[in-house]
Design a protein around this ligand. Structure first.
Ligand SMILES: *Cc1c(COP(=O)(O)O)cnc(C)c1O
Length: 378
């Protein structure tokens, strides 16, 4: 190489040669989050992203503020104290926990570690759009099984497993607000080959107060192909900090620890997460609030002649029997008043809207605005 003349060996410049992304990447529809603003309104009521109605634990806010004193330091790349706190609250092994930049990052890393071109990644019709995004991002094919009554259908999922299937993603509770009982998840696991990874996304687990529900810890412990993902974005009200975690068998956890960025969770996020876990009273107040206002919202929507899907979470999916035009027009009307709910177009549910459980005041105002638009008397 020493004798090489300048420019020699270089490929001639060609205007038509440009960097091209890997196959699959351009098939990804960029994620569209819940709306946070509307034109011509000076106040918005954001009920579009299933965030916490009661904000954040004051203890977590304080810890976040204190973390400002060490912004010049790298965070603990192993998130040792945070993993320890999660382990003790949930009765888990700290070394089988991996923390992430939101659970979204962990879903991405699982796809990166276990699927690639030629592979299939299986999920359900209304699971979570991120599953097909992460599948495509690694060049795999996203396959979706139909649901029954907006609920995960285990038989339909198992029927779609092929020799190419590498990962099955199930949100439980689902993005529709429904859940499948523990026994159904076990039946799903029993129906999967041992080399297929079952990812149980329990982002809304904290809201579920039902005896036959489990976030999936027991399945993780009793098998070697199940991983559970969790988040601080919903019940803990820390969506802005991006903090998630997962619990899996040591071999799966090892893969994630090799793939993740060395400092993937910021110091302030770790500090706030630990404090949030310690504020049991705040979590309980959030749970109590949702336990009373989620059923209230369902009842009121039904009173307006709509079809709410029974929810075990902090949001309600509602179907408009009149079809897509009335869902879209209601959405538009609410937006003119600064009330932002979620359209479900990304899931093909154009005749539905999804509404986060907000404060009492927000819920009453929302229903009054819908009542006015739909012309239903109280
Ligand atoms: C909100 C949500 C998440 C959480 O994502 P983060 O990246 O942790 O904020 C994961 N899965 C589902 C189904 C969700 O609705």
């Amino acid at each position: 190489m020493v004798d090489q003349a300048p420019g020699e060996g270089r490929i001639a410049p060609d205007a038509k040669v440009v960097p091209r992304p890997r196959p699959g990447v351009m098939d990804i529809a960029p994620y569209v989050g819940g709306r946070a603003s509307a034109p011509n309104v000076d106040r918005v009521m954001k009920l579009s992203a299933n965030e916490s109605a009661l904000g954040t634990s004051p203890m977590a806010v304080q810890a976040y503020g204190q973390a400002a004193a060490s912004l010049h330091r790298y965070p603990d790349g192993a998130a040792q104290n945070l993993r320890g706190a999660i382990a003790s609250v949930h009765g888990l092994q700290a070394d089988q926990i991996v923390c992430g930049d939101g659970s979204d990052e962990l879903l991405h890393l699982l796809a990166l570690g276990f699927a690639g071109p030629g592979d299939e990644v299986l999920s359900t019709e209304f699971g979570f759009v991120v599953y097909s995004m992460v599948a495509k991002s690694v060049g795999a094919t996203s396959v979706q099984a139909p649901e029954k009554a907006f609920t995960v259908d285990v038989d339909a999922l198992v029927a779609r497993v092929t020799h190419k299937t590498r990962i099955v993603f199930v949100a439980n509770p689902n993005s529709t607000g429904t859940y499948v009982p523990c026994a159904e998840l076990t039946r799903l696991h029993d129906g999967l080959p041992g080399d297929v990874l079952l990812v149980i996304d329990s982002a809304y687990a904290e809201f579920v107060e039902i005896a036959d529900y489990s976030a999936g810890e027991a399945l993780v412990v009793s098998s070697s192909n199940v991983i559970m993902t969790r988040t601080f974005s919903k019940a803990y009200g820390l969506a802005a900090l991006r903090l998630g975690w997962c619990y899996g068998p040591p071999a799966i956890v090892d893969v994630l620890n090799r793939l993740r960025g060395p400092f993937n969770v910021t110091g302030p996020a770790q500090a706030a997460g630990i404090a949030a876990l310690g504020d049991v009273d705040f979590l309980m107040s959030v749970q109590d609030h949702v336990a009373s206002w989620s059923p209230w919202l369902e009842r009121e929507l039904a009173r307006l002649g709509l079809q709410p899907v029974p929810s075990v979470t902090n949001f309600v999916l509602v179907r408009f029997p009149g079809g897509a035009p009335s869902a879209a027009s209601t959405n538009a009307h609410l937006a003119t008043q600064g009330i932002l709910v979620r359209d479900m177009d990304a899931y093909g549910l154009t005749d539905c809207l999804r509404i986060t459980v907000g404060t009492e005041e927000e819920m009453r105002e929302l229903i009054a605005a819908m009542e006015e638009h739909l012309g239903v008397g109280s």
